[in-house]
Ligand binder design. Structure first.
Ligand code: C2E
Ligand code: MG
Ligand code: MG
Length: 467
């Protein structure tokens, strides 16, 4: 009988605690949080009880309970580089550190992975929760000595949710804290964020956009637009940049509204493959008609390291027969310095003969050393440096000089006014792109407005010469 009791309590312990740290798990935390919420509600309706417990105002006011959702910023890195064993020891050390910095009545638990939860019933006002969040952050910023002598920096981000007057339950609070955690991470880590209504709207919006994008991919509701790139001196067509559009609810949605969701959800890989194929398919004809025409395709960081990317590029090239050097892949500076993997992919692309452009040049990264190490063909002057030409021209001039010295092609993006173009022509910028020349447009329109007139002009020229 004793044995039976013992094994029952062992089972209970197993079901409600995390084996590694011995801390309460999600199940138990949720149960205890629900109990705390119930107590709080009873006190709110029973001032006598409130007074007995700690004086009026102490417990009857709103916001007594705060939930902190913590996630370590560098756990994956530790796990990947030092192994799971060290990873486990780090988690234990974190658990101890957290225990030491919270109050005796506060709850601490591990939700799984590198996620921890702290609950306090003593956050009478938001500022109390903020103070505790600061303390938790600071505690995890300091290096941790784990068994075996490793000194590790865990670092954490925290999402905070406060129990408000409404009908709160543990699950809702946990979800809110999780949403706030996401916001803290997106804001650059090592910080805390309070949950807010807009945050949950944004989160819902993100989810529904993701679902809509998924559906759009399966039924094919994307379209490619092309923005001409022209030689600055005479505005002859030399190429086009493919820019994706989403046909949604009878409107054409710009990438700014869905690209982040496509990237975060991983849908960018599938979308990017479609863009690449479609762009090359459209451009096959153009590259045949114009010997100097190239097609530029934007590729995001996540896409470039996805398995099979190189193979896909190679497939598209061999199927279309377009020479590799007529394709230009546009990547942002961050991709250049991102990881060994993306560098390897860029070099392999280069070996295929594909051209590589640095998009939004000058906005992403403060070191220029990668320019010497990377297989780059083109710099695209970001439109923020073109915007104030000719008045404010220092950076555009510097990029033109840099490009000339390094033997790179330079394209000025976002040319909107005549005086900008005039400055660029005078300074010898070879290629320009922007609303002043033309906005992005469907393929047939590009042919009618840019390709056919150019072909006709060349034809006339030839006839003129032979006559
Ligand atoms: P980007 O590659 O720098 O593309 C240039 C953006 O500037 C385009 O916006 C274009 O419409 C806009 N633009 C062009 N000329 C002007 C101008 O004179 N003035 C102003 N104000 N804007 C101009 P869009 O099409 O909304 O694309 C935004 C960004 O989305 C692109 O920036 C690119 O980073 C990303 N993107 C677009 N299509 C794709 C794609 O197929 N794959 C990936 N991975 N990213 C894409
Ligand atoms: Mg681009
Ligand atoms: Mg750009």
């Amino acid at each position: 009988m004793v044995l039976l009791d013992r094994s029952r309590s062992d089972m209970e312990q197993l079901a409600t605690h995390d084996v590694l740290t011995g801390l309460p798990n999600r199940l138990l935390l949720q149960r205890r949080l629900d109990e705390a919420l119930k107590r709080r509600e009873q006190r709110a309706y029973n001032p006598e009880l409130a007074a007995r417990e700690g004086g009026p105002g102490r417990t009857a006011g709103p916001g007594g309970i705060a939930v902190f959702f913590l996630d370590l910023d560098r756990f994956k890195h530790v796990n990947d580089s030092l192994g799971h064993d060290i990873g486990d020891r780090l988690l234990k050390a974190v658990a101890t550190r957290l225990r030491d910095c919270i109050g005796a009545d506060d709850m601490l638990g591990r939700l799984g992975g590198d996620e921890f939860l702290v609950v306090t019933e003593e956050a009478f006002e938001a500022v109390d929760a903020a103070v505790l969040a600061e303390r938790l952050l600071k505690a995890l910023e300091a290096p941790l000595m784990v068994e075996g002598g490793h000194l590790l920096h865990a670092g954490a981000s925290i999402g905070v949710a406060l129990a408000s007057d409404g009908a709160d339950d543990a699950r809702t609070l946990l979800r809110q804290a999780d949403t706030a955690l996401y916001a803290a991470k997106s804001a650059g880590r090592a910080q805390y964020r309070f949950f807010s209504r807009e945050m949950s709207e944004r989160a819902e919006n993100r989810l529904s956009t993701e679902a809509n994008l998924r559906q759009a991919l399966s039924i094919g509701s994307f379209e490619l637009y092309f923005q001409p790139k022209v030689r600055a001196a005479d505005q002859a067509l030399v190429g086009a940049e493919a820019l994706v559009r989403w046909k949604h609810d009878g409107q054409l949605v710009q990438p700014g509204a869905f690209m982040t969701v496509a990237e975060d959800s991983g849908l960018i890989t599938e979308l990017g493959s479609w863009v690449l194929e479609q762009a090359i398919r459209e451009a096959t004809h153009w590259t045949k008609l114009l010997p100097d025409f190239h097609i530029a395709v934007n590729v995001s960081a996540r896409q470039i390291i996805a398995p099979g990317f190189i193979e896909r590029v190679r497939d598209c090239l061999s199927r279309s027969g377009v020479p590799a050097d007529r394709i230009e892949i546009e990547v942002t500076e961050s991709v250049m310095v991102d990881s060994a993997r993306s560098l390897e992919v860029l070099w392999r692309l280069k070996r295929l003969g594909v051209r590589i452009a640095v998009d939004d040049f000058g906005t992403g990264f403060s070191s220029l050393s990668y320019l010497r190490q990377m297989p780059i063909d083109t710099l695209k002057i970001d439109r923020t440096f073109v915007q104030d030409l000719p008045r404010d021209s220092a950076i555009a001039a510097m990029i033109l000089t840099l490009g000339a010295r390094l033997g790179l092609e330079v394209v000025a993006e976002g040319v909107e006014r005549e005086e900008q173009l005039a400055w660029l022509v005078a300074e010898g910028c070879p290629v320009v792109q922007g609303f002043f020349i033309a906005e992005p447009m469907p393929a047939r329109q590009l042919e009618a407005r840019f390709l056919h007139p150019l072909l006709m002009a060349r034809e006339d020229e030839r006839e003129g010469r032979s006559a």
